[in-house]
Design a protein around this ligand. Structure first.
Ligand code: NI
Length: 212
């Protein structure tokens, strides 16, 4: 009896330790979940200091069926947006803003290559992209590829996308995706990004300040 009584505080201590460890693990996993949600958000907020690691090499197919890599755009600023041609409103709006910004830039626009990368390669073949991109800007390049190609570039550009069920769509699915326009430098390095709602004038102003 005496021995047992002296053991009780030890049991209590062990119990508290287990509870504390459990709480720590729970907090840690909740933190992870929050980070994922932030990444998937539409706000396009780049946090932290320094230049975010956005961008990198890619190998995709353009709207003419030609294989292209990031090297094909070396020496030009890339204004790059990820979306899909079936998108009812967000993608067309953002592509119009990109096109409007290029109009605002005037002669400087030739230094900037507008690029649309699909996150829906199943439907967005080069032919579909060819019909789509010319509606926005004659210089807009549309890029597609295999599911793996798209996953690779989306990861590099930290673009979230996901197939979601949508009964109103003819193919029963739509794509959820983050909506951020990136400006990359002539060496392919990240310069800045434009969140949804940026006006063509603001975008042109910012691009102008960065390319001169
Ligand atoms: Ni869209």
């Amino acid at each position: 009896m005496k021995r047992l009584r002296s053991l009780i505080p030890t049991f209590v201590m062990l119990f508290l330790l287990v509870v504390a460890a459990g709480v720590a693990v729970w907090l840690w996993s909740a933190g992870d979940e929050m980070a994922v949600q932030t990444e998937a958000g539409q706000t396009g907020q780049a946090t932290g200091t320094g230049t975010p690691a956005i961008g990198g090499p890619f190998a995709l197919t353009d709207q003419t069926g030609k294989r292209v890599t990031e090297k094909d755009f070396t020496g030009k600023y890339m204004l790059i947006y990820f979306g899909f041609t079936f998108c009812p409103d967000v993608c067309p709006t953002e592509l119009q803003v990109m096109s409007g910004a290029l109009d605002e830039l005037g002669a400087d626009a030739t230094k900037v290559q507008p690029i649309f990368v699909t996150v829906d390669p199943d439907r967005d073949t080069p032919e579909v992209l060819a019909r789509y991109v010319k509606q926005f800007n004659p210089r807009l390049v549309g890029l597609t590829g295999s599911a793996q190609d798209i996953a690779a570039i989306a990861k590099e550009y930290r673009v979230y996308y996901e197939k979601v069920k949508d009964d109103s769509s003819s193919d029963d699915y739509s794509m959820d995706h983050s909506s951020i326009i990136y400006l990359m430098g002539p060496d392919g390095g990240f310069l800045t990004f434009f969140p949804p709602g940026t006006s063509p004038e603001k975008m042109a102003e910012k691009i102008k300040s960065l390319i001169q």
